[in-house]
Design a protein around this ligand. Structure first.
Ligand code: GLA
Length: 373
C-alpha cells in the first residue's frame, strides 16, 4: 500500500516536471490569445498520431482543427447504404483529447462527392425529391453523429462562381438555388447548437463576393441560421492584395455574419498548368514551373514572410469580426499545393517548414505575444 502511494507520488512529481517546460513554451495560439481561433487542417497521419513530430507542433500551437479530407462526402458516404466513420471518429477524438474547437468540412460540395449521390439505378439523374432526401439523410447522419462535439460546419462549399452565377453542379442542376437553404436547414435541425458556415475561394472577386453577400442576406431574411462566411484564402505571391482581402472581410461582415479565414496558404510557385507551354523543352519548362526544389532563396523567403505577416496583422486588426484563422496543412511537405495545379512540385506555402520549424514571421508573432503578456 505504502509503496504504491509512494510510487503514485513519484509518478505525479515526474509528470508535473515533464509537463512544466511544455506549459512554459511560447506558442502561436497563446500569442493570438482570444482574438480568434488558430486552426490547422489535419491529415490522417496526424490525427491518428503516426506523425508524432506533427502532433507535438499541432498540440502546442493550435486550438482548432478541421479535417483535410476525412469528412468529405466521398470519404464518409461511399455508397448510399454505407457510411464509414472510422477516420472521422479518430479526427474528432483527437480534437476532444486536446480541447480544440473542431470544425466539420464539408457537407455539400460539388467535388469529392461519389457519383451515386445524383443518379438512380439506371444511371439517370434523380428527381429533386430524391436528391433532397439523400442530402437530408447525409447531413442528419453526419451532423447528428457529432452533435455537441463539432463546433461548426462548412455546410456548403464553393457554390458560386466568379461572375456571380451559381456553379452548375449536380446539386444546382437538380434543385436550383434552393439546395443551399435546404442544406443549412437540415444541418440546423440535426444540431441546433452547431455554428453553420458558407465557404468559398476567390472571395475577393467582386462578382462572387457580391453574389455570396446576396445569398447570405436572403438566408438571413428567411430566418435560416448562418453564422459565418469562410474565405478560403488560397493565395500566391501576387494575388490577392491585402487591401482587396480586407475589403471583402468588411463587406462580408456587413451581412452580420462573422468571417473566417478557413484554408489559408500562400504558394511561392508560378501558377502554371501541366504541359501548358509546349514550345519550350520539357526540362526547361520543368525548371520554370518548379524552381525551388533545392530550397527557397532568401529573397523569396523574405518576401513570402513579409506578405504573410502583413495579412496576419490585417486579420488581427479585424478580430472583432474574424473568429478563426485556419491554415490548410501543417508543414510545407503536407500541402496540397505540392500536387496542384501541377503534380510533384516543391512549394513552401505554410507556417511550418519541412522540418516542423516555424517560419520567421511565425516566430516573430510568437515572440511578440510573449513580450506583450
Ligand atoms: C478546396 C476544398 C478543400 C480542399 C482544397 C484542396 O479548397 O475546400 O477541402 O480540397 O480545395 O485541398
Amino acid at each position: 500500500m505504502k509503496a504504491s502511494i509512494l510510487s503514485f507520488f513519484a509518478f505525479s512529481t515526474f509528470s508535473i516536471l515533464c509537463a512544466q517546460p511544455k506549459a512554459a513554451e511560447a506558442s502561436l495560439k497563446d500569442a493570438v490569445g482570444d482574438r480568434f481561433l488558430v486552426g490547422v487542417a489535419l491529415n490522417a497521419r496526424q490525427f491518428s498520431g503516426r506523425d508524432t513530430a506533427a502532433v507535438r507542433v499541432i498540440e502546442r500551437h493550435f486550438n482548432s482543427i478541421v479535417a483535410e479530407n476525412c469528412m468529405k462526402n466521398a470519404s464518409l458516404h461511399p455508397a448510399e447504404d454505407r457510411y464509414d466513420f472510422r477516420e472521422a471518429d479518430r479526427f474528432v477524438d483527437f480534437g476532444e483529447r486536446n480541447g480544440m474547437a473542431i470544425i466539420g468540412h464539408c457537407l455539400i460540395w460539388h467535388s469529392q462527392v461519389p457519383g451515386w449521390f445524383f443518379v438512380d439505378e439506371q444511371g439517370r439523374d434523380v428527381s429533386a425529391e430524391v436528391l433532397k432526401k439523400r442530402m437530408k439523410d447525409h447531413i442528419s447522419t453526419v451532423v447528428g453523429r457529432y452533435k455537441g462535439r463539432v463546433k461548426g460546419w462548412d455546410v456548403v462549399n464553393e457554390a458560386i462562381v466568379e461572375d456571380g452565377s451559381y456553379r452548375k453542379s449536380k446539386f444546382y442542376e437538380i434543385l436550383g438555388e434552393e439546395f443551399i437553404p435546404l442544406a443549412f436547414q437540415y444541418a440546423h435541425e440535426a444540431d441546433p447548437d452547431a455554428e453553420l458556415y458558407y465557404n468559398d475561394y476567390g472571395m475577393t472577386v467582386p462578382g462572387r463576393r457580391d453574389a455570396v453577400i446576396k445569398m447570405v442576406n436572403s438566408l438571413k431574411e428567411r430566418g435560416i441560421r448562418i453564422d459565418a462566411i469562410g474565405m478560403q484564402g488560397h493565395m500566391d505571391m501576387y494575388s490577392p492584395s491585402v487591401e482587396q482581402f480586407e475589403e471583402s472581410i468588411l463587406a462580408f461582415a456587413g451581412t452580420g455574419c462573422k468571417v473566417m479565414v478557413t484554408e489559408w496558404d500562400m504558394s511561392v510557385l508560378p501558377f502554371v498548368r501541366q504541359g501548358a507551354d509546349v514550345s519550350i523543352p520539357a526540362d526547361e519548362y520543368r525548371k520554370k514551373a518548379d524552381p525551388y526544389t533545392e530550397g527557397l532563396p532568401d529573397e523569396v523567403s523574405d518576401a513570402w514572410n513579409a506578405r504573410m505577416k502583413e495579412f496576419f496583422e490585417m486579420f488581427e486588426k479585424h478580430s472583432d469580426v474574424i473568429t478563426r484563422v485556419t491554415v490548410w496543412g501543417l508543414t510545407d511537405g503536407d500541402s496540397w499545393k505540392n500536387y496542384f495545379p501541377v503534380r510533384g512540385r516543391t512549394d513552401y506555402p505554410l507556417l511550418f517548414d519541412r522540418n516542423y520549424e516555424p517560419k520567421p514571421f511565425v516566430r516573430e508573432i510568437i515572440l511578440r505575444g510573449g513580450q506583450r503578456d
